[in-house]
Design a protein around this ligand. Structure first.
Ligand SMILES: [Fe+2]
Length: 380
């Protein structure tokens, strides 16, 4: 007959050690740059790669409800989105997002679980009428905005349609209090020349490891910025969760028009146009972007006749520095002495004025009046 202790020992022996948890594999989530009315690339990427989910980074300008324009993509993966500044340009564009069947997939101002990854979203843009970081905001939340602008500016019982894609400080601060793995924004962080440090601070507060943004129409891999891997997804481009280009961005139509007119002008003036950058291949699958961080190029030095040779030792350099400093100090003292001769210093003048006015030549501290006994207000 086995005792209770022996049973426990047996149990202990048979207990297996836990293996260390295997590295969690990232789900394949695609981040889609500003579609501006064209959703073919999103449908194509969903059909060909069948990702786990797709997130659109704003400026959809959907010509029909979102579930209609993305009908094919939705057969393969769920689609999430944040609004861009152009999505409130007309009632139709607004309704095609906020009144579509994908209205609940709007990530603006919240964090949601997308295939096991927590993604936070901040759509829209900063507008000076409401808040332009880092200036103090004019309005804190939509309610204060409506209260001050009056009922004439109310649209569908809320803020004007234009400001439906404006970032209010209340939304931003609410998001600051949450936690996420990835942040998606329409506005760019400060590593873009038109970006905002407020986006960096939000990403840091959320504790995200990656950030994807749209709006600037450029495919950009910034590398680590504030310890966060930041990626810009260009016009109609698609990038994977690990920053690989799935579908390269197209040239911004405004840039294309400017380039065209420049080439036409060069042609008409008989000038050889500079070589144009060749467009990237139509479909590049999981090819890492070259690191976009600028490399420092030291400027070329052109020695001139008046340049002194560099000191050959530290002692020589120190002596040179001391000579320069004492020369500068002497010059400064000389200038001060001359200035004082011309016009006596302000504090010296003030001292003389004080001495002249003060009794006995000095300021005297005011003494409290002695009580005489018969108070003026003590009588009958
Ligand atoms: Fe855009």
């Amino acid at each position: 007959m086995t005792t209770e202790i022996e049973v426990k020992k047996k149990r202990r022996r048979t207990r297996r050690r836990r293996r260390p948890a295997a590295a969690k594999e990232l789900p394949q989530i695609f981040f889609c740059g500003d579609p501006h009315g064209c959703f073919d690339q999103i449908n194509q990427a969903a059909r060909e790669y069948q990702p786990d989910a797709l997130v659109i980074l704003g400026d959809m300008q959907a010509p029909a409800p979102l579930e209609v324009v993305l009908e094919e993509a939705l057969q393969y993966a769920p689609v999430w989105w944040i609004p861009g500044n152009h999505d409130s340009e007309s009632d139709e564009m607004y309704d095609n997002l906020w009144r579509s069947k994908l209205a609940d997939k709007n990530l603006h101002g919240r964090a949601a679980n997308v295939c096991g990854v927590r993604i936070a979203g901040l759509g829209g843009v900063f507008r000076g009428q409401v808040w332009m970081p880092d200036d103090p905001p004019n309005y804190y939340c939509p309610a204060t905005f409506i209260r001050r602008v009056g009922p004439g500016n109310v649209w569908r019982g809320g803020v004007p349609r234009r400001h439906r894609t404006t970032i209010f400080p209340s939304v931003y601060q609410n998001l600051m209090r949450q936690h996420a793995d990835i942040l998606v924004t329409h506005e760019a962080p400060s590593c873009h020349r038109k970006g905002f440090a407020a986006i960096d601070r939000l990403a840091e507060a959320l504790g995200v490891k990656r950030l994807f943004h749209g709006h600037q129409h450029e495919d950009r891999a910034y590398g680590r910025h504030h310890g966060i891997i930041m990626t810009g997804v260009g016009y109609r481009g698609i990038t994977s969760i690990t920053g690989e280009v799935v579908i390269p961005a197209q040239l911004d139509p405004r840039e294309a028009a400017a380039l065209k007119s420049a080439l036409e002008w060069a042609d008409s003036h008989g000038i050889d146009a500079p070589p144009v950058r060749t467009p990237p291949p139509a479909m590049v699958v999981r090819t890492p972007l070259p690191h976009a961080a600028p490399t420092f190029q030291p400027p070329e030095l052109h020695p001139s006749s008046d340049m002194k040779p560099a000191p050959s030792s530290i002692k020589e350099a120190e002596a040179e520095q001391e000579k320069r400093t004492s020369r500068m100090t002497r010059a400064r003292n000389r200038a001060l002495a001359e200035a004082e001769k011309r016009e006596p210093r302000r504090d010296a003048m003030l001292g003389r004025a004080v001495s002249a006015r003060a009794p006995g030549g000095r300021w005297k501290r005011m003494q409290p009046k002695k009580k005489t006994g018969a108070g003026s207000d003590g009588g009958a």
